[in-house]
Structures are given as C-alpha cells and as structure tokens.
Design a protein around this ligand. Structure first.
Ligand code: SF4
Length: 358
C-alpha cells in the first residue's frame, strides 16, 4: 500500500471502474480502489503514476488485476459510481457537483470552492488545486446548506455513506470559514443523522469550536500540511503566516470541545520536512490529544508542484511505522474517530500500520 500510494498506478483503461478525482481541495488526482478488502486512494493522474511499476489491467477471465512490472499481484475492484450522482438538487445543480464520494463510504464537499490564499500563485498553497475543478465546471463556487442537506440525505439512503467531510477554502473573514461550516453542519444534521468532520484554519476566536460542535460537527481537522518554517514558507507562503504556535493553541482549545482523538491534522510527507521533524511534531500533537494524519504528498497535475517527486516508499515507511506506535501509545485509534480523513484513512497507510499490517 505504501508503494502504491508513493508510485501511483498506470491504468490500461483510464475509464475503468468508478470515477477518479481530479482537482479540488487537498490531495487529488487519485482513484479509489479496493484491495484485500481495503479501499485506498491511489494516484493515477500524476506525473509519477505514468512511470509507475504498477499497472491495472483486465485479464482474459474478465477480472481486474494489479500488475507489478507486468506480473500479477492481486485482484482489484473499484467502488461503483454512487447512485446519488444521478440526482439533481431542487435548485437544479447535479449532486456530483455539490459533494463527491471519497474512499468507500465518505461524502466529501468543499463548501466554499474559493480561497483567500488562492488569489495569486505567490500566496497559494503550492500543492492545492481548489480552483481547478471550479474552473473546469466540475463543481460550484458555494454549496448552500440546503444543497448539502439534500445530497447528504440521498448519499446515506442510496449509497450507505457513513460519515461526511466538509472542508472549505478560506474566506476573507476572521472566522476562517467556521461560520459557513457551522451552518452547513446544522443543515445536514437536521436532514440526516450523519457524523461530520469540519476542516478549517484556526479561527480568530476559539469560541468557534464550541459553536461548530453545537451546530452538529462531530470532529475537526486543522491541517498543518508542512511542519518546519522553511518548508511552510516555501510550500504555502500565505498559510504560513499563521504561526505553528497558533495551530498548537487552537488544538489545545479544540480538543476539550471535540474530545481526545476527535481533532486531527493532515501532514503531507515528501515536501521537504525531515522524518525527525515530522515525528517531533506528531509527538507534540499527540501530547495534546490530536490525531496526526500523515499522508504521502501527491503531485497534482496543473499545480506548481506537479513535477515535484512523490516521497519514496522507504521514507513513508520510516515515518508511518514509528508513528503508528506513537499513536497507539497515546491511546488514539483511527477507528475511534467519529468522522473525517483520519477515520477514512484511504489517503495514507497509517491506519494499516496501526493495525500492524502495513
Ligand atoms: S482520507 Fe480524506 S481526503 Fe482522503 S479519501 Fe478519505 S476523506 Fe477523502
């Protein structure tokens, strides 16, 4: 799994199976695939994937196999196209433009598809493609609470989604999107009983954590992405203006509200942070009850980092294996998270190392 997520995979038939994800906020250019009962996100549209030793091809029996250097490794299947994708909201927007299926059973949406950090390439996070899916007409700029409630209800009823991720581009206001996430969570919760993770930057006022929780958010993600000052300034010059200390104080305020292990962060390994720097940050996070979801960086086509190498599998293993031990020692578990990326786990092998099968 570590190798697949680092190298990606070539598709003999690019349209095989369920749809892949291009553009959007956070990691992208993946395809969800199920191997040995586990659904993982594997890069397929990236530059490294084109050179990958892994290939997916149909064998004469009709089965779909994953091959390594031409030799069959395992059977693979793809989550089917969700039924809710065929529906249209009461105000005329196709549901698939409002929210998408991630992994096997996660409904994911970017509530605001515009971001104050995405105005100029000098300030934008270099890995992010939030504007690309909007420019390509694959999503809409703002999802209303009513639209999200409609889609969530249908995705639970028709496709059995079990939790929801609501992320957002950062709007100009000081709340950093918390107000819009709170009203969106409230609308979804009023329509359907679905655990929700909200994701945002640390807001100006820690009182937003309780407001989002009261509105219906079950867990919270505040994503560091990179951990050392030099890497932060280079990779995400706008977001790096929010100091690490502010993230740590925000985590300290949020954990008592959401509970130990229900607040998480996303760290992209492979952007220049050393193994030691990542693990030291994870230790500081775990001491605060924060789940550190470390994922391999995926160079998304069309972003300034599209030709940046993906991390080597040996590097990922050297981070994730000890990290899994640290997570266990801190008494946290991916499976205890109520909703969100850490629970889904499809973008990283971390949870498989936690279970001792990485
Ligand atoms: S880990 Fe997060 S970003 Fe990755 S597939 Fe799951 S919900 Fe989506």
């Amino acid at each position: 799994m570590t190798e697949l997520q680092s190298y990606g995979v070539r598709l003999a038939d690019p349209d095989a199976g369920a749809q892949s994800r291009r553009g959007g906020a956070g990691p992208s250019d993946h395809k969800a695939m199920t191997l040995d009962g586990m659904t993982i996100m594997v890069p397929v549209h990236t530059a490294p994937a084109a050179q990958s030793p892994f290939e997916i091809a149909q064998v004469p029996s009709g089965a779909t196999r994953i091959l390594r250097d031409g030799l069959p490794l395992a059977e693979v299947s793809f989550p089917r196209r969700p039924r809710f994708y065929d529906l249209v909201s009461t105000d005329g927007v196709p549901y698939w433009k409002i929210a998408t299926l991630h992994g096997r059973d996660v409904l994911a949406t970017t509530v605001l598809q515009e971001c104050v950090r995405y105005q100029s390439r000098a300030k934008t996070c270099q890995f992010c493609a939030i504007g690309q899916s909007l420019a390509a007409g694959r999503t809409i700029a703002r999802k209303t609470p009513q639209q999200l409630a409609e889609v969530a209800k249908a995705a639970v009823a028709l496709d059995g989604v079990t939790h929801m991720v609501m992320t957002t581009g950062t709007p100009p206001g000081k709340d950093r999107g918390c107000a819009v996430l709170a009203e969106s969570a409230a609308a979804v919760k009023a329509a359907v009983d679905l655990p929700i993770q909200v994701q945002c930057e640390p807001p100006d006022d820690d009182a937003w954590f309780a407001r989002m929780k009261e509105a219906g958010a079950d867990s919270l993600g505040m994503h560091l992405e990179a951990v050392t000052p030099e890497v932060r300034a280079r990779i995400m010059p706008g977001k790096a203006q929010v100091p690490i200390e502010r993230y740590l104080s925000a985590f300290e305020a949020a954990v008592p509200v959401f509970g130990k292990g229900q607040v998480s962060t996303y760290i992209l390994a492979g952007l220049g942070d050393t193994r030691e720097a990542i693990l030291a940050m994870c230790e500081a996070l775990l001491a605060r009850g924060v789940y550190p979801f470390v994922v391999p960086f995926v160079p998304i086509s069309g972003t300034p980092l599209e030709h940046h190498p993906a991390p080597q599998p040996a590097f990922m293993k050297s981070v994730l294996q000890p990290l899994a031990d640290m997570v266990r020692a801190a008494g946290l578990r991916a499976t205890d998270i109520k909703a969100g990326c850490g629970k889904c786990g499809a973008c990283s092998a971390l949870s498989t190392y936690e279970r001792g099968i990485g």
